[in-house]
Design a protein around this ligand. Structure first.
Ligand code: PRX
Length: 593
């Protein structure tokens, strides 16, 4: 099977050209050439994605086609993007926000989310996007960790902020950008950028390559979520991968289905495409197959970046639904976030005449690392090959030595130094250091990220075949991947034991046909509590409200006792193996009665 297709105009659709040619003499500087960016030009993601596009004849081009629930629709040009992001930047400066301050954006996928994201970057702030379905506890942990100074939200979500605000001394400004101004509480500020005076000029912060830009929280096995900190220099990695993997051209209409609360929604739902001056569409309404297909048909979407869970949902509804719509505008489909099963690739060829091409990367990597390209032979079920400029290898699971032979399973690892690589886990240098094999005990984050003798270890297992294609095997830790979203077991367990009925808890992933995994809780109860339907509902709702619908257990198992190591740590690994019918492995550390 080949990913190469031709447009009706007959041009081959591949910005990358020959993969082998691109490997030779590769230089990230090609990204600068693509943007025509020269040394001395302003390096600021917010300005590059709006002002720079306008200055290069793009002002009148549509930047954003937006649709919400019902028939709410709006379109914005790059000039609107420029002016409204100026509006946010100017407003934040007026509120006393300074370069380097963390500013959280916490809202649905409304236009102001996109304007404010760029606006924060323009004024030199660190933008911290958070998924708006997060409950107050998930929000609090991440705002506390970041020392966030301002939050931009909507009337719909502000009540969650109100619940936690007094425990967050750094959070000085609560700014409501949509809703009913009269419903604000004392101390909250209202700012509707589209109703405010247009800010035609704003001098964007002259960022350096290492100036902090986007702060994304991601979950690990132990401890609370970690803030992966990115920098303005990441743009070169995002631009080049957007061009070569997503294959975007001037006349494309591009749809990235990810929410900017997650890294796909910022690297490829804001930064890469808008830096290239591409028209993007955003659909801010719930999922149904027909709604999605209607959106593609109405907007003549050409390039689509989505996730396996969505593809499996579309698959479940069948080709007949797809056949009811005119999807002939589509020319390139890509996927990320979870294993893209071979059946989904084969099905998409049948349903849309195009295979979904898999891409692999992480919040920490900031840009696509292993991927299929248009024009490259697609092996359904494989993630593809390393992006040019990326040195990827598998390390032995125990010794951490690179593995030579094809087919053997190891840990996916990368040589540090690519532009979009995260620069630190905010305030957690030890955890950052633990991600590198061969790191000196006292190495600083800067030394680690520039030392090409080290390996950054992803935490995922894979094999490589003789052609250099990576085949995903699974995670090397206990993090649960539900519908392409990572949820940390520790965060769920910490919340579970706050429920009055629960004494101890373990959170594990259980197999799910559509979401790959969903959360399952295994709990012991406090004296006086008995398992019941009501209790189950109460626990589920407790987690949904505090954390998020993603973290809510879909099943609760009550046990007398949880398996533990001798040192008292709950053995999730054991529970997970039981759940998945896998070998239980070495239990020598299991507690003895
Ligand atoms: O386990 C891998 C899985 O998602 C993790 C990264 O999640 P996050 O940091 O939230 O970023 C998601 C989008 C970039 C990885 O460590 N993952 C990502 N892409 C794939 C994948 N698993 C299998 N196949 C993929 N293509």
């Amino acid at each position: 099977m080949s990913g190469t297709r031709r447009t009706s105009k007959g041009t081959a659709l591949s910005n990358i050209g020959s993969y082998d040619e691109r490997l030779k003499g590769f230089d990230w500087g090609i990204a600068r050439e693509i943007l025509g960016w020269e040394e001395g030009d302003l390096l600021n993601i917010g300005a590059i994605c709006s002002d720079r596009v306008c200055a290069r004849d793009g002002a009148g081009k549509i930047a954003l086609i937006w649709e919400g629930f019902g028939d709410r629709k709006a379109t914005y040009t790059f000039d609107d993007l420029r002016v409204y992001s100026n509006g946010f930047a100017d407003f934040l400066v007026g509120q006393g926000i300074e370069p380097g301050d963390r500013v959280c954006v916490f809202m649905d996928k409304i236009p102001s989310l996109y304007f404010s994201f760029l606006g924060v970057l323009k004024m030199g702030g660190i933008v911290q996007p958070l998924f708006c379905a997060f409950g107050d506890e998930s929000l609090e942990v991440r705002l506390a960790s970041a020392g966030t100074r301002a939050i931009l939200t909507t009337q719909k979500h502000v009540r969650k902020v109100r619940k936690i605000q007094e425990r967050l001394p750094s959070l000085e400004k609560v700014i409501v950008v949509a809703g009913d101004e009269s419903k604000l509480k004392d101390g909250e500020v209202f700012f509707d950028v589209e109703a405010a005076l247009r800010v035609e000029e704003f001098e964007s912060h002259a960022a350096g390559p290492e100036t902090r830009s986007v702060l994304h929280y991601t979950s690990g096995t132990t401890g609370q979520p970690k803030g992966a900190q990115h920098v303005h220099d990441s743009i070169w990695g995002q631009v080049l991968t957007t061009s070569w993997v997503l294959d975007l051209r001037d006349d494309d209409v591009y749809w990235c289905t990810a929410d900017p609360g997650w890294v796909t929604g910022t690297s490829y739902g804001i930064i890469g495409p808008w830096a290239l001056g591409i028209t993007q569409c955003v659909l801010d309404s719930g999922f149904t197959s027909s709604r999605w297909y209607q959106f593609i048909q109405d907007n003549r979407v050409t390039v689509w970046y989505s996730a396996p869970t969505a593809i499996r949902s579309l698959m479940r509804d069948g080709e007949e639904v797809a056949a009811r719509f005119d999807l002939s505008s589509l020319r390139h489909l890509t996927s990320v976030g979870e294993p893209l099963n071979a059946e989904a690739v084969v099905w998409s060829e049948k349903a849309y005449g195009l295979p979904f091409l898999d891409t692999y990367w992480q919040t920490e990597t900031g840009s696509i690392m292993i991927t299929n390209f248009p024009g490259m032979k697609v092996k359904p079920g494989s993630m593809g090959k390393a992006f040019p400029g990326i040195t990827a290898a598998l390390l032995d699971l125990r010794t951490h030595e690179p593995i030579g032979e094809p087919g053997k399973v190891g840990l996916i690892a990368f040589r540090p130094g690519w532009p979009a690589m995260f620069r630190e886990y905010r305030g957690q240098d030890d955890v950052y250091r633990s991600k590198f094999v061969g790191a000196a005990d006292d190495a600083t984050p800067d030394e680690l990220r520039t030392n090409e003798d080290l390996w950054y270890v992803s935490g995922d297992r894979s094999s490589i075949d003789a052609d250099g294609y990576f085949w995903f095997v699974g995670r090397d830790d206990d993090v649960i991947n539900t519908g392409g979203h990572l949820v940390g077991p520790f965060e769920i367990e910490s919340a579970l034991v706050e429920h009055e009925a629960i004494a101890e808890a373990a959170a594990i992933g259980k197999p799910d046909a559509v979401n790959m995994e969903v959360v399952k809780a295994v709990v012991t109860l406090n004296p006086g509590f008995e398992p019941s339907g009501d209790l189950e509902l109460s626990i589920m709702n407790f987690i949904r409200k505090r954390l998020s619908p993603l973290a809510m257990p879909q099943e609760i198992e009550y046990v007398e006792k949880l398996p533990k190591t001798r040192s008292g740590k709950i053995l999730r690994r054991y529970l997970r193996a039981l759940e998945w019918g896998e070998e239980v492995g070495d239990l020598s550390t299991l507690e003895h009665d």
